[in-house]
Design a protein around this ligand. Structure first.
Ligand SMILES: Cc1cc2nc3c(=O)[nH]c(=O)nc-3n(C[C@H](O)[C@H](O)[C@H](O)COP(=O)(O)OP(=O)(O)OC[C@H]3O[C@@H](n4cnc5c(N)ncnc54)[C@H](O)[C@@H]3O)c2cc1C
Length: 422
């Protein structure tokens, strides 16, 4: 088995938004990085394609906004919510949100988004990229991660190769081989803190606007159905349910995600007319979302996890690109400092884990509470009914889309008393 010398400071396994961000920032800091992915870019990733304000922060910092603008995308100016009682309300993005200048956001196919992030990393000085290489496991010495072992998918003999570095970053998504190596059984997903979702692209849906649509459909509660407008009148359409709820529903109602999705498009009164002339322009695909409401260890001796490998998806919105890039950005900073100290132990790299929970922990906890509250149909009906009638309620929801303090108000019982009385 050929073994190469420790030619790198950092190996990043997985070149999605999390891994490419980590590699780009580390390269900028002068660290020698090997960025590995088993796929060849451009590659697709099953997703809703909505780029949140948090994702746009890194897009902006990496100088990619102009490129995003040039690619086919949906221009988004707000969110339409509907409640199980079929009342809906449209909430505009705040024009003051610096990450959505002028109140405008994007829906961009992941095929494009991830290629942008990957190429930004590839162009960064000190970053070497390697596609079509599958990482199978982490190599340990005296309990510390010192390399990765895997196979070159172009090699007909499939001989195992080892690459060594001071720090190994697991950015290889929800089924992370790195997380399995470093965490063992603790890397298994908890069905109460993960979600199953399917999505397909459609053309010809009537009534598309410049808003993403999130619908809490009675028959598929407590899941949510989305329609995210893309370029040229197309849309990304999907349905997701917390895995535990889906398992219970499959048992009780003898159903599954695909038949629920089919039901909404063909039979649900709110949508059957809108989809009457719609055409699927892609196959329907499914994937899992690991929620940040279940905390896992994010750093150890010689290793760090980011993005889905770190289980950081927002448990209410299902948004994960923003936290993948935010964690990648932080990982780069703390890995750089640890290498500078010549100490890549758990204690040293653990500063990254502390910083992640400091920056994202409260927001993830609020989102988890909102996800739990969103299981009560009466509550969703109350909030959406009031928002449809009262500008003050719409303003609070609008603020909560970009401001954590406003979002936190939905945790406070007094907010619901206010809603009842307003
Ligand atoms: C249906 C659905 C809808 C979603 N909608 C949204 C949305 O609208 N907005 C949003 O922000 N988020 C959304 N998410 C979540 C989002 O897709 C993820 O959180 C995000 O992709 C995480 O980025 P990442 O870089 O951590 O991992 P990934 O994007 O999964 O990238 C991991 C990379 O690692 C590579 N890899 C995997 N295994 C190996 C291996 N063994 N060796 C080498 N390479 C490997 C893969 O090829 C891939 O390129 C959605 C998710 C789903 C499933």
């Amino acid at each position: 088995m050929p073994e190469l010398p420790a030619a790198y400071d950092v190996i990043v396994a997985g070149a999605g938004p999390g891994g490419s961000t980590t590699a780009a920032y580390l390269g900028q800091l002068g660290r020698r990085v090997l960025l590995i992915d088993k796929a060849q870019f451009p590659r697709d990733k099953t997703c809703g394609d909505a780029l949140s304000g948090k994702s746009m922060r890194v897009v902006r910092e990496l100088g990619l906004v102009e490129e995003v603008e040039k690619l086919p995308h949906g221009n988004i100016r707000g969110v339409t919510f509907s409640a199980p009682n079929r009342v809906s309300v449209s909430i505009p993005f705040q024009t003051s949100d610096p990450n959505r200048p002028g109140g405008s956001g994007y829906c961009l196919r992941r095929m494009h988004t991830d290629n942008l992030f990957f190429n930004a990393a590839k162009k960064t000085k000190n970053v070497t990229t390697m596609e079509k290489f599958q990482v199978n496991e982490v190599v340990f010495e005296n309990g510390a991660a010192v390399g990765v072992k895997g196979i070159d998918l172009n090699d007909a003999k499939r001989e195992e190769r080892i690459f060594r570095a001071k720090v190994i970053v697991g950015a290889d998504g929800v089924n992370s081989a790195v997380a399995r190596s470093v965490l063992g059984e603790k890397a298994a997903l908890d069905p109460a803190h993960s979600c199953d979702a399917v999505r397909a692209y459609y053309s010809g849906i009537s009534g598309l606007t410049d808003q993403i649509e999130i619908h809490f459909v009675k028959a598929t509660m407590p899941g949510y159905f989305w329609i995210f407008p893309m370029e040229n009148g197309t849309a990304n359409v999907g349905l997701g349910l917390v895995s535990k709820d889906l398992q219970a529903k499959m048992k009780k109602d003898k159903t599954n995600l695909l038949s629920m999705f089919d039901y909404i498009l063909k039979d649900e009164p709110m949508f059957k007319e809108r989809f009457a002339n719609a055409k699927a322009i892609s196959p329907i695909t499914g994937w899992r979302l690991p929620f940040g409401s279940a905390r896992r260890q994010l750093a150890g001796d010689g290793w760090v996890l980011v993005g889905d490998a770190a289980s950081l998806v927002d448990p209410f919105s299902g948004e994960g690109v923003g936290n993948a890039t935010a964690s990648g950005r932080m990982a780069a900073q703390f890995i750089d400092e640890a290498i500078e100290r010549n100490d890549v132990s758990k204690l040293s790299l653990g500063a990254y884990e502390v910083a992640v929970w400091e920056e994202l922990g409260k927001e993830l906890a609020t989102s988890y509470k909102m996800q739990r509250l969103g299981r009560y149909e009466w509550l969703l009906n109350l909030v959406v009914n009031k928002a449809a009638k009262k500008p003050a309620v719409r303003e609070l929801i609008s603020a909560s889309l970009s401001d954590e303090v406003a979002k936190k108000k939905f945790e406070n019982p007094l907010t619901y008393v206010w809603l009842l009385l307003t």
